[in-house]
Design a protein around this ligand. Structure first.
Ligand code: TYD
Length: 244
């Protein structure tokens, strides 16, 4: 199962991702927690290029998009896909929705390109659950105060209002996958809501696996049906009836 956390910088999603990862691990569930951009040697190097505020090197919007995508492609191939194959729960602090919100709505790059680049980077992988932690921009800025803004965080309020619009559009488009959580609530309340939803989804997944297992066992113990050729007469009867 792939669970992703989204929201503007300072919304509190990283703490929530860590809390649920710890909780699942305590229950003996293998849980892999990663952040984007980052999570592999290559991706961490790309992260430095993308976020280092002190570098004066200009980065064109299209180059920025492809650097985020390159970081993601490596993370998916090296960490996420192998973990999902082992049936681990993968928790990702930001994923494809960030690129739609920041590079699409924030930077204004065409969404169709971003979707294609995201698809290529993830091999078509879509999160099972996404938590979008929604906080007013002012609150997010206040929470980040004194933490030293990185290159993205130094963007204008207008930029972040476009990013928020992007996130809301995504939540409207994918209401089954994206759960919007009020980030102004207490850490405990948010964690409680997230835990309930994750445990419900994990329960569903287990029930589904159990049903598939039962079905496979049932198929093994049931005699094979007659070959389809034995039923060919039904077509002739229909043809005759039609002719008369
Ligand atoms: P990070 O320090 O991880 O911020 P946060 O803790 O808020 O997640 O920096 C990630 C920054 O990169 C953040 O400003 C959002 C931005 N970003 C994009 O613009 N596009 C992307 O595809 C991703 C994954 C992140």
């Amino acid at each position: 199962m792939l669970i992703t956390f989204e929201g503007i910088d300072g919304c509190g999603k990283s703490s929530q991702a860590k809390l649920i990862a710890d909780r699942l691990a305590d229950q003996g569930i293998e849980c892999v927690l990663v952040r984007e951009p980052g999570g592999t040697d290559l991706s961490e190097q790309i992260r430095t290029i993308l976020l280092d505020a002190k570098r004066s090197m200009p980065i064109a919007h299209a180059a920025e998009l492809m650097l985020f995508a390159a970081s993601r492609a490596q993370l998916v191939a090296e960490v996420i896909e192998p973990a999902l194959k082992r049936n681990a729960v993968v928790i990702c602090d930001r994923f494809t929705d960030s690129t739609i919100a920041y590079q699409g709505y924030g930077r204004g790059l065409p969404l169709a390109y971003i979707r294609s680049v995201n698809d290529l980077a993830t091999n078509g992988l879509i999160p099972d659950i996404t938590f979008l932690i929604d906080v007013p921009i002012e609150l997010a800025i206040r929470r980040r105060k004194g933490m030293g803004d990185d290159r993205m965080e130094s963007e204008s309020r207008l930029f972040f209002s476009h990013v928020v619009q992007g996130y809301m559009a995504l939540a409207q488009k994918h209401p089954d996958r994206i759960h919007v959580i009020d980030g102004a609530d207490s850490m405990e309340d948010i964690h409680h809501t997230i835990t309930r939803l994750v445990e419900y989804e994990l329960g569903n997944e287990l029930r589904h696996a159990h049903r598939m297992n039962n079905r496979a066992r049932h198929a093994e113990s049931t005699p094979a049906l007659p070959a389809t050729g034995d039923f060919d007469y039904s077509f002739d009867v229909t043809a005759e009836a039609l002719a008369s």
